[in-house]
Design a protein around this ligand. Sequence first.
Ligand SMILES: [Zn+2]
Length: 220
Amino acid sequence: MDFSKPKRPVDRVFLHCSASDSEAHDNIETMRRWHLERGWRDVGYHYFIRKSGELEAGRSLEKVPAAQQGHNTGSIAICLHGLKQEKFTKAQFDTLIALCREIDNSYENQLTFHGHCEVSAKTCPAFDYKAVLGLTEAGDRKNAPASEPQRVEQPILELTAKGAAVAHLQALLSEKLQIDLTIDGHFGQLTKAAVISFQRKKGLVDDGTVGRRTWEELLS
Ligand SMILES: [Zn+2]
């Protein structure tokens, strides 16, 4: 994910949902068509996150969005496809968290994150964005997951291990095995079972301990 700061000043990020769970609407092109039909010059959002977690670029970041009436100046607008709270996906939230972390880092934590509902009467976004992003009342990412999984080391990991490397392991296992493993940085029985099934799949020694060979396969 490569975010680069636009030249216009930005101090707030606003989150939205597309208010649809239809698969046919799960793309930035549909949003663009809807917004062009309203007579706008382009799609109103800068980013669109599909149910698959895929991130799509919308309006140029150099342009002010058309997303929060009366509160567009100085903002970046991100939209997740979805309507019903329970239908948003973990993959979408993972992408949202990674994107917001990257934006926040680029601005040295000097910007805040908000829901559209904070500046309008709309129920938008329809998911608990404060919990997902670990936001304070003021919109700071204070409680956000701090570690950047891609940058951590690959130590030998086994049952009861803790920390960022375990979280990285869990994220890799979830992806490789297409399972919904909780990414909490605690190597418990479920993580061990996932490691064993991954090792069997790859023809490795299935001891549930993540050593060099298992890391190599996970990262390949
Ligand atoms: Zn909205």
